[in-house]
Design a protein around this ligand. Sequence first.
Ligand SMILES: [Zn+2]
Length: 246
Amino acid sequence: MSTGTDLPAPASALAVGAHPDDTEFGCGGTLAKWAAAGCVVHHLVCTDGSKGTWDPGQDLAALVALRQDEQRDAAKALGATGEVVFLDHVDGELSSGLDVRAEVALWIRRLRPEVVLGHDPWKRYRLHPDHRHAGFLTVDGLVAARDPHFFPDQGVSHHRPSALLLFEADEPDHVERLAEPDVVRKLAALEAHRSQMRSTMHVDVGSPAADDQLAAFHQRVRDRLAEHGSRAGAPAGEAFKAILDL
Ligand SMILES: [Zn+2]
């Protein structure tokens, strides 16, 4: 399988994730690179992120509000200037039925992105159901958005993006190469998800080990970017399954 590289920076892009932070992990460097080139970058988060804590006593309404603020801060850290939309489905209970598919299709029609990015729903042995469902919602929402006879009552005309990039891809065939400023923005955007420092980034904020733990997290992200970039002979990159015939 040959590997493609570097789409022309689109005028607009929509990244769809199951939870706050998923798109930063999956495609944050690419979004940062495109934003710096003038692309209007939008985020669509399917769930409310209310399972994102290890604290049994956590006030969940406060967590949801905090995670929305964090997602907006992450978008800013990437340089994104578009919308940050929350569908607010309960974390862990996302479904990919017709009703939620219609919501995703409506946002694709409203925001009219040139490129859509999302979880690969066909990634094998993926455990988290929200990631599977968010992937199917991205693919199925795009198929519905592009055709005028799907959900004709939405009151917004259909829209056909020119490319779909699936991150965490089961069979990656495309690499967006990243320069150091893109990597730095991706790391800053990940760190904007402050409530996830312990559970996701394994950093015990306030402990003497926190600096070393954060450095180790940065290294894990950089190692992954190096591995993806090497598929295209680049020092850093993000790999995707690219679907360019939409
Ligand atoms: Zn997630």
